[in-house]
Design a protein around this ligand. Structure first.
Ligand code: ACO
Ligand code: LMR
Length: 264
């Protein structure tokens, strides 16, 4: 019989050995002929299945509205400084991407983890928030540098409106909104931010689509797929900022002395 040499790599999401590449078993020609979009490709390569249109549309909305948020945010700032230092596209991009983390853009997974745990354990928003406070942990998905209770984030509103219309259930999102109502009663900057909105709504997408077992949902949340949405989305903007700086032939950036408090 055939002797199978042991392999060093296992891969389950794509196959390039045939005439055309396949993503999760779906041939590239089908992807093109069926008019699939980037949301479908993400479904195949990340979740290894074709998700219903409302889910792939939701993914695409997340990508579009996280693509950029101006030149002043951490990621764009780093990218701009790097591009102005004469570095190449990839260096400028990754310099911006490296700022994505627990404070900026990378709170989606933790928001999903904490909201899911609190909701599933039946904690009231008050119990959840006060419990986090006792532990000294900021609630991921809550708070923003410039958004306020009286100047909400339009992106959050757009996501919520889409989900309320198309999702079978938005129980996790409604829970996050109740948490926001409580945190806003403490301080005006403690709004549900775009990370918190995506984190809670993705829980609703996973649970409500009927396409994932409970175990699969736990695995997705535990591994942390969801920050990938922000990383992917913001790459679009960071690449744009790199081209913008190069186009404008901007010189080396140096931060002004006046804006530094030199002290001992
Ligand atoms: N949970 C509880 N309390 C909070 C939170 C929160 N998420 N955010 C702020 N506070 C309170 C704290 O009391 C904080 O005091 P502390 O420094 O003693 O903890 C006080 O508000 C003031 O906080 P600031 O540091 O002035 O708030 P800032 O405007 O700098 O922070 C930030 C904004 C970083 C987004 C913060 O709210 C936070 O850490 N949120 C959680 C992480 C998160 O969701 N990040 C994603 C933001 S959206 C995006 O990047 C696309
Ligand atoms: C973003 O999308 O980059 C932000 O919400 C962060 C910010 O400070 O505006």
């Amino acid at each position: 019989g055939k002797v199978r040499a042991p392999t060093h790599i296992i891969s389950t999401i794509s196959d390039d050995r045939g005439e055309e590449p396949c993503y999760a078993g779906v041939a590239m020609s089908s992807i093109v002929e069926r008019g699939y979009g980037v949301g479908d490709v993400i479904s195949l390569l990340w979740f290894k299945r074709s998700l219903p249109r409302y889910c792939t549309h939701f993914i695409e909305i997340c990508i579009m509205l996280c693509a950029d948020h101006g030149p002043c945010v951490s990621g764009a700032h780093n990218t701009i400084v790097t591009a102005r230092a004469g570095k190449d596209l990839v260096s400028s991009l990754v310099s911006g991407l490296l700022t994505i983390g627990p404070r900026f853009g990378g709170a989606i997974d933790d928001a999903a983890r904490y909201f899911k745990d609190a909701y599933d354990r039946g904690l009231t928003p008050y119990e959840f928030v006060e419990d986090m406070k006792k532990k000294g942990i900021r609630v991921p998905g809550i708070g923003h540098r410039i958004k306020r209770g009286d100047n909400r984030d339009k992106r959050v509103e757009l996501l919520q409106r889409f989900a309320r219309t198309h999702f079978p259930s938005v129980k996790y999102m409604e829970y996050a909104v109740q948490v926001e109502t409580y945190t806003l009663s403490k301080a005006n900057n403690l709004v549900l931010n775009v990370d918190g909105a995506i984190g809670s709504l993705f829980l609703d997408l996973l649970a409500g689509s009927g396409m994932f077992s409970k175990q699969e949902i736990d695995e997705i949340v535990e591994i942390g797929y969801l920050n990938g949405l922000f990383v992917l989305a913001r790459s679009i903007g960071l690449i744009g900022h790199t081209f913008d700086q190069k186009r404008l032939k901007q010189p080396l950036y140096r931060h002004p002395w006046e804006d530094v408090l030199y002290t001992k």
